[in-house]
Design a protein around this ligand. Structure first.
Ligand SMILES: Cc1cc2nc3c(=O)[nH]c(=O)nc-3n(C[C@H](O)[C@H](O)[C@H](O)COP(=O)(O)OP(=O)(O)OC[C@H]3O[C@@H](n4cnc5c(N)ncnc54)[C@H](O)[C@@H]3O)c2cc1C
Length: 406
């Protein structure tokens, strides 16, 4: 029987998983990659350590118009399958509280084992080949980089979204999908820092603090995230901010005013705060405002809150109005900032939105162009921080590779 020729557009996480899977099924596989190397983004993941999956895999870790579709796919290739896949390639895996990393904590090792398997399976890799055109010609699917045309029996689009363009995902996959008649769920940057309106951020830049942040949503339950908040000279960053950023991105897109409440004392309720006030009051002595609040939160934050409460750092506590002092305490539990924008796609880890999952079959085949499959972030699927995006890349790559080779 004639060997099936499969072209994979994009040699990122999902493209490499698809290529290996299809080649193991006996297909003749070619990866067409726009960069001068495959897997460039993978090297940057997890701060160079690559958080390649997570033992906790549930629907609230994913976003997109149809999370049920995503979860159904993930039951076909789950975290255990990711572990087996990589262990089968010789990679030792470390479990850090459910977050999975290569044991050597080097993202390059993940890329190396994938590259070795690609070589071992005889998969052809064409580099510096940025595909800009795709169309059907009788039984074949033809792709072109503007210079050379390649014809395949099946094609898997694994071009990523448009986050971190310097790693190769420049959004051209969306254009290819459109050429085939697909629509697009508008994209927004996700897992990204947020820019804020207030002019005092320069004075608190560099501070890191354990905080709970809450995002209000019109007519819906607010969303909360807790973790290490990072304050920058333009706004807020850190894992809890990243987790909320895709929802914020959607709100900003709808021209909504976005406010985030920051609680720097997440272990204190209102009553606890009153007790804290009473205890510190007893220590008042001859202290100035700055001295009185020393040791509660980071000094830069306390100085800002003293100022926002209309007080001066050098004012003796006994001369300060009690309600102004209480205001400082209150700000520690509810500091409200106004978000004006997300940082751009260049700074984002992922891209929310993309090709609607309703436009592909359960096997990730296009409903608009048979023989074309989708994998990875190009689809309208994005996950929280914690290995969920790579888990989707491995899973969708595997499923598309299996189906295309079938
Ligand atoms: C800094 C950073 C850290 C991250 N850390 C983590 C983490 O620790 N854990 C986690 O789960 N996720 C992480 N992510 C997200 C994760 O890397 C992505 O979700 C995942 O790589 C998406 O895989 P993909 O195959 O869909 O796309 P990509 O990995 O982006 O690969 C797409 C590939 O297609 C190529 N390409 C694009 N268009 C064309 C074209 N027209 N022709 C030819 N080639 C093309 C690109 O050059 C690229 O190589 C991180 C992302 C970033 C930016």
């Amino acid at each position: 029987m004639k060997q099936r020729k499969i072209g994979i557009i994009g040699g990122g996480a999902s493209g490499m998983a698809a290529a290996i899977t299809a080649a193991r099924q006996g297909a003749l596989v070619t990866i067409l990659e726009g960069n001068d190397r495959i897997g460039k983004k993978l090297l940057a993941t997890g701060n160079g350590r690559c958080n390649l999956g997570n033992l906790e895999l549930s629907a609230d870790c994913y976003y997109g118009e149809d999370v049920v579709f995503v979860m159904d796919r993930l039951t076909q290739f789950n975290t255990q399958d990711t572990i087996s896949f990589f262990q089968g390639l010789g990679l030792m895996i470390k479990n850090k509280g459910g977050y999975l990393y290569p044991a050597c904590e080097q993202a390059s090792a993940v890329l190396d084992v994938l590259r070795m398997e690609i070589k071992e399976l005889g998969i052809e890799v064409k580099l510096q080949c940025r595909v800009c055109r795709i169309y059907r010609k009788e039984d074949l699917i033809v792709v072109s980089d503007g210079k050379i045309e390649y014809a395949f029996d099946r094609v898997i689009l694994a071009c990523g979204g448009k986050a971190a363009k310097n790693t190769g995902s420049d959004g051209s996959g969306y254009e290819l999908a459109k050429q085939l008649g697909h629509s697009l769920i508008p994209t927004v940057p996700a897992l990204v820092q947020l820019r804020c309106k207030e002019d005092y951020f320069k004075s608190i830049a560099g501070v890191r603090a354990d905080a709970c942040i809450t995002l209000e949503r019109e007519g819906r339950e607010p969303v909360r995230e807790r973790g290490e908040l990072q304050l920058t000279d333009y706004g807020i960053s850190g894992i809890p901010v990243f987790q909320l950023s895709r929802i914020v991105g959607r709100q900003l897109m709808q021209q909504k005013e976005v406010t985030i409440h920051i609680n720097f004392l997440p272990d204190y309720d209102e009553e606890g705060l009153k007790q804290l006030y009473a205890v510190r009051n007893a220590l008042e002595g001859d202290k100035t405002m700055e001295e009185f609040f020393t040791g509660m939160l980071h000094k830069k934050i306390m100085l800002l809150f003293i100022r926002l409460a209309g007080l001066k750092a050098g004012t003796p506590v006994r001369e300060a109005a009690k309600d102004a002092i209480w205001k400082v305490f209150s700000l520690c539990r509810d500091f409200t900032v106004t978000v004006t924008a997300s940082n751009p796609y260049e700074n984002a880890q992922v891209c929310a939105g993309g090709v609607p999952t309703g436009e592909v079959t359960k096997e990730l085949e296009s409903r608009k162009a048979s023989g074309v499959y989708f994998a990875g972030e190009l689809l309208d699927v994005d996950g929280k921080c914690g290995g969920y995006n790579l888990q989707w890349a491995w899973c969708s790559g595997y499923l598309a590779g299996m189906a295309a080779a079938k």
